[in-house]
Design a binder for this molecule. Structure first.
Ligand code: GLN
Length: 250
């Protein structure tokens, strides 16, 4: 099948080569017999609610976020409708912050967000930097770890009813206090983790592709046959070991 991917602001939000996540999605889609059709969605481009099976937005610094925030907020209702209709989404760091209700930067200015994720973000005086290891359970009964790298001043506070992406085993996570990292709303995931994220966590790429296929077929997410990748497994192992060496939370 052809999966339609909307890549939001590739030229602005691509810190730590977050674009690499798209390369992994493409490669793994091919391994499973599918193809990815990636459309860049930039400032002024329309988002039509049924046109994408998967949205992707990367991270960026406050300056880049400020450049696209009003446009992203204008695309917000179509993105929210798409996710409500079963589209998948992955948002990293700066993109994750702006898909919540908003981000208050270090200079005190407030960037209104999309309101897809039930959270708010406020920049702190220190940055939270380092390798991170999470434990996630996206499929009930299937616990998996996610390894990545975080670097953010923003503290993201989830609403009490919000579902995090995972529990922090090592690292800071959303706010350095709660023990939670990221957020999930239906098939939409937000996270602070770069790396880029998916080369170290191919199972997560497969989860997203399965959700996108479910949207494309109006069916259930398929269960893929395992496609082991020795290099990705090694990348996960090394990143997880670095996160563990960093110690517990904080
Ligand atoms: N500007 C945001 C912060 O520092 C996001 C940074 C990022 O995307 N790495 O909190």
């Amino acid at each position: 099948m052809k999966l339609r991917v909307g890549h939001l602001y590739p030229e602005y939000l691509n810190i730590y080569a977050d674009r690499g996540n798209i390369a992994v999605l493409s490669r793994r889609a091919e391994l499973h017999g599918h193809t990815l059709e990636v459309e860049a969605l930039g400032v002024g481009d329309d988002v039509s609610p049924r046109a994408q099976d998967l949205f992707y937005v990367g991270g960026g610094q406050d300056r880049e976020q400020a450049a696209i925030a009003p446009d992203l907020a204008a695309k917000g209702p179509a993105i929210i409708e798409s996710v409500a209709n079963g589209a998948a989404l992955l948002a990293v760091c700066g993109g994750y912050q702006l898909l919540g209700r908003g981000y208050r930067g270090r200079d005190g200015s407030f960037m209104p967000g999309v309101g897809l994720f039930p959270h708010e973000t406020v920049a702190g005086t220190t940055r939270m930097i380092g390798d991170v290891l999470l434990e996630c359970e996206l499929v009930p009964g299937e616990r998996r770890t996610v390894a990545g790298f975080e670097n953010h001043a923003g503290r993201t506070l989830l609403d009490h009813s919000a579902e995090p992406l995972g529990r922090v085993l090592h690292g800071f996570g959303n706010d350095g206090e709660s023990g939670f990292e990221g957020c999930r709303v239906e098939r939409a995931l937000g996270t602070y983790l770069h790396g880029p994220l998916l080369p170290r966590n191919p199972w997560l790429a497969d989860w997203l592709l399965a959700q996108a296929l479910a949207h494309a077929t109006s069916g259930e997410p398929p269960v893929f046959t395992e496609q082991p990748d020795a290099l990705a497994a090694e990348a996960h192992r090394v990143a997880a070991a670095r996160a563990k060496a960093r110690g517990g939370r904080r």
